[in-house]
Design a protein around this ligand. Structure first.
Ligand code: FAD
Ligand code: UDP
Length: 379
């Protein structure tokens, strides 16, 4: 009855469902074990009427016009540039580190050229940049590493930056200008009516049937589809045959305050103090007006929902074993942050799903006469 069973209703699954249903004219059953669509990007109005993100702050940013326009079919956008301050030595200073950060932190009045000289004196020689520690030591040196990165990274990942791939802290650049935006992507915006609303519109197609509270393990025998797209954790699909892939989880603590605003920007990071990594105030992201405000504190944990694949060599090797096994199942397609064990942002997941859709459509296309002849001649 269905052409595709899609496991997971987050960005990875929803984009494929939408494409397969509307461009591929396929019948799709999309399931999620949770009681809502949207995956980790799910948002909702809390009991006070404030729009919050259930799984932590999600800010959309991309350099891809194609992705921005594709999602724009399902939402209007509210322009939003995220800004983050870090609480360091009793002061709030901009992150990523920029010219204003250094001047405020050290009580200086450097120019960009002088900041370059300042950092050159602080940088440590790093032969080969392999780890997250190397990245930071090689760009800003030990003192700033310890203030901004060491404590935050240990809290967030439960391991030292020296044990994490370089790609993790490389997400946060150093700037010698005064640009205090967290991201510099060409397109930075929030879905005007929230992520869940956008997902509702993506999935509102007669060829798409949604089933919530449905764990793949429990329902897989009930729906025999020709093809499966799996966006849950790849190790779970294979019943942890080679062992568990490590993930980092987060305990989100929400608090609603009887005041209009709590902090001066969207997020404040706490690299050197507190058990949480950061506090985000949702109204700063969504632009909502409300006499109260809701904030979320993020406490990273080892146990819990798998939110972050942990980028390091041994985990990649373990993932590669699962990937090799997955290749023996041509009718099951793994995608998304958990399905491919990649620390991907939302736009990267959308890009990955659009690419998979193209691949599936190409292999689905009926062979024309010329191609049939060519294939026949090779048999
Ligand atoms: P998910 O959203 O995780 O969706 C997978 C779905 O599969 C889940 O709903 C899950 O319930 C379901 N599932 C799993 N197993 C099963 C099963 N056995 N049966 C049925 N269903 C199953 N990205 C950004 O671009 N900007 C940000 O600001 C940003 N902030 C983030 C903050 C946090 C705290 C986190 C954790 C992530 C953030 N991200 C951000 C990343 C973003 O969440 C992901 O890129 C994106 O949501 C991944 O989509 P996905 O569909 O691959 O996975
Ligand atoms: N990071 C840090 N201090 C900061 C901000 C980031 O040490 O003030 C490091 C930390 O290891 C973090 C990584 O850089 O996990 C990536 O940061 P990002 O803000 O991109 O994380 P995400 O939003 O994905 O949780």
């Amino acid at each position: 009855m269905y052409d595709y069973l899609i496991v997971g209703c987050g960005f990875a699954g929803a984009v494929l469902a939408e494409r397969l249903a509307s461009a591929g004219n396929k019948k799709v059953l999309i399931i999620d074990k949770r009681n809502h669509i949207g995956g980790n990007a799910y948002d909702y109005y809390d009991e006070h009427g404030i729009l919050v993100h259930k799984y932590g702050p999600h800010i959309f940013h991309t350099n891809s016009k194609e992705i921005f326009e594709y999602l724009g079919r399902f939402t209007e956008w509210r322009p939003y540039e995220h800004r983050v301050l870090a609480s360091i030595d009793g002061q709030l200073v901009p992150v990523p580190i920029n010219l204003n950060t250094i001047n405020k932190l050290y009580g200086l009045n450097l120019s960009s050229e002088e900041m370059e000289v300042f950092l050159a004196a602080k940088r440590e020689p790093v032969q080969q940049v392999l780890t997250s520690e190397d990245v930071v030591l090689g760009s800003v040196g030990k003192e700033l590493y310890e203030k901004f990165f060491k404590g935050y990274t240990i809290k967030q990942w439960g391991i030292a930056p020296a044990d994490l791939d370089a790609s993790v802290t490389a997400r946060v650049p150093t700037r010698i200008n005064k640009d205090d935006r967290y991201f510099t992507d060409t397109y930075q915006a929030m879905p005007l009516r929230g992520y869940t609303h956008m997902f509702e519109r993506m999935l509102a197609h007669p060829n798409i049937h949604i089933m919530l509270n449905a764990d793949y393990e429990a329902v897989k025998q009930s729906f025999i589809c020709k093809q499966t797209i799996y966006t849950g954790p790849i190790d779970a699909f294979f019943n942890y045959r080679f062992g568990k892939l490590p993930y980092r989880s987060i305990d989100f603590k929400f608090q609603t305050l009887e005041q209009e605003n709590f902090q001066p920007c969207g997020t404040i990071n706490y690299p050197m103090s507190q058990l949480y990594t950061r506090i985000t105030e949702f109204k700063r992201l969504t632009g909502q007006s409300h006499p109260k405000t809701t904030i979320v504190m993020e406490y990273p944990t080892a146990e819990g929902d798998p939110y972050y694949p942990i980028p390091r060599k041994e985990n990649q090797s373990l993932y590669n074993q699962y990937k090799a096994l997955a290749e023996k199942f041509p009718d099951v397609h793994f995608t998304g942050r958990l399905g491919t064990y990649r620390y991907y942002n939302m736009d990267q997941v959308v890009a990955q799903s659009l690419a998979l859709f193209k691949k599936l459509s190409a292999s689905d296309r009926p062979l024309n006469g010329a191609v049939k002849k060519a294939v026949a001649s090779k048999l």
